[in-house]
Design a protein around this ligand. Structure first.
Ligand code: SF4
Ligand code: SF4
Length: 421
């Protein structure tokens, strides 16, 4: 596709990267059918091809974007199903990232929307604030119906989350020759510390010692997807400095959305020659749980049907397919595939809080597809999907590591223990 950026515009490496991808798009529309928002809304502007046109116009023109462009970019889940489907190797992530940053800098959102986004970007990356927020959500739950739309949804989601105390430090039982640093993460750390504990036990059995990455915090993915690239860079710099203070074989973060972001950190610093190589070193050292987990000795069948929910970040970001199913089978579970597994469940970081109607419709569709295969358990490796999908009337949702740990003699996963009463 032809573009008309000025030479001055193209001195910005982020814009130059976006332009390269705009030129690669031939507008064939092959990606359209894979896009969850297009499938749901049937509007070309809510599909990748239409969004690419809107984003090109916005970026070429510069300055304040029109509300129509913002609406359709905001509705994008960043699930990257379109990137996986594209035969011309268009990296849609580079386009939508640039568009979100441009919107954040140049668009004047209504005050309520602006404050809501600020609240998400401020509270969610910080486990201590998240715990306070959850406590508050519990207190106001009986009056949540009085709140305006998205705040009502946020309060309801907060009230259903388990409130955990600070996570017990992950410590090795035996000294192991391989040391991997564990990124603390954010919301998962506040509400589901059992996941990291299960990951530590699974890796321990493989001879990997997990040690906390002291000084690091959130990976920055959450703020990045809100278009707050300076915030995302600050979180990344903090992680880089923490990583440089120790000697580790790698750095692990146990939600695939976060590991996909960290493995792609380099592009955040394209315009920063000092931080670029340091971020590249952390990106190269980043591991997902599925990079490290290996099948143990094969277990007896358990007669438990496990539906595997592959997060978009796993299949389209990390491009790891098939391994989780093999691990679960080796652990004795009967693994079943979920129909329409390529369609996002609507979680997508803060998306379910920002676009509750679309996220709710995608959730319902995912749950119908899950119900069709009648599983006893649904497994995933991305806590945000688990949290978005689970409720009292769904099958229990469990992190992959908790199931593998249980199969090897670890504790019963919390979600299963709670159902058992
Ligand atoms: S992004 Fe790829 S698949 Fe989609 S319209 Fe462009 S070239 Fe075609
Ligand atoms: S990232 Fe997902 S929601 Fe956004 S355009 Fe691509 S397929 Fe559609």
């Amino acid at each position: 596709m032809r573009t008309s950026f000025t030479p001055t515009q193209l001195t910005d490496p982020h814009l130059a990267e976006a332009e390269k991808n705009l030129r690669a798009c031939v507008h064939c529309g092959i990606c359209t059918a894979t896009c969850p928002t297009y499938v749901l809304l049937g509007d070309e502007r809510d599909g990748p091809r239409g969004r690419i046109v809107l984003m090109q116009n916005m970026l070429e023109k510069g300055g304040s974007p029109d509300p129509e462009t913002v609406l359709h970019v905001d509705r994008c889940l960043s699930c990257l199903a379109c990137k996986t489907a594209c035969p011309s190797s268009v990296n849609y992530a580079r386009l939508v990232d640039e568009a979100r940053t441009h919107i954040q800098v140049h668009y004047r959102r209504p005050l309520g929307d602006k404050l809501y986004r600020w609240l998400l970007a401020t509270v969610m990356p910080r486990p201590a604030l998240t715990r306070v927020g959850l406590l508050f959500a519990r207190l106001i739950a009986p009056f949540a119906f009085l709140l305006p739309g998205r705040l009502r949804g946020m309060a309801a989601m907060g009230a259903k989350l388990r409130l955990s105390g600070p996570a017990a430090p992950v410590r090795a039982i035996l000294p192991n020759p391989r040391r991997i640093a564990l990124m603390p993460g954010c919301v998962q750390k506040a509400v589901a510390p059992d996941i990291d504990a299960a990951v530590a036990r699974v890796l321990e059995r493989q001879g990997i010692e997990l040690v906390p990455l002291e000084g690091a915090g959130c990976c920055g993915s959450l703020t990045h997807h809100l278009g707050r690239s300076e915030d995302a860079k600050n979180w990344a710099r903090r992680a880089v400095e923490a990583f440089e203070r120790g000697e580790y074989e790698g750095v692990l973060i146990t939600a695939t959305g976060c590991s996909a972001h960290m493995k792609d950190l380099t592009h955040l610093f394209l315009d920063d020659p000092l931080w670029l190589p340091r971020a590249a070193a952390l990106a190269a050292a980043t591991r997902d749980f599925l990079d490290l987990a290996e099948p143990g000795t094969a277990k007896e069948p358990r007669s438990l049907r496990v539906a595997w929910h592959a997060a978009c970040s796993l299949q389209n970001g990390l491009k790891i397919t098939g391994k989780a199913e093999k691990l679960l089978e080796s652990a004795g579970f009967d693994v079943v595939a979920i129909p329409e597994g390529h369609l996002c469940c609507g979680s997508a970081g803060t998306y379910s809080l920002l676009q509750p109607d679309i996220a709710g419709a995608l959730r319902e569709r995912k749950l119908e597809n899950i119900a069709a295969v009648e599983p006893d358990i649904v497994a995933t490796s991305n806590f945000p999907c688990l949290n978005h999908l689970q409720s009292d009337d769904t099958p229990p949702f469990v992190h992959l590591a908790e199931l593998l740990d249980w199969a090897d003699g670890g504790p019963v996963p919390v979600a299963l223990a709670e159902r058992a009463g």
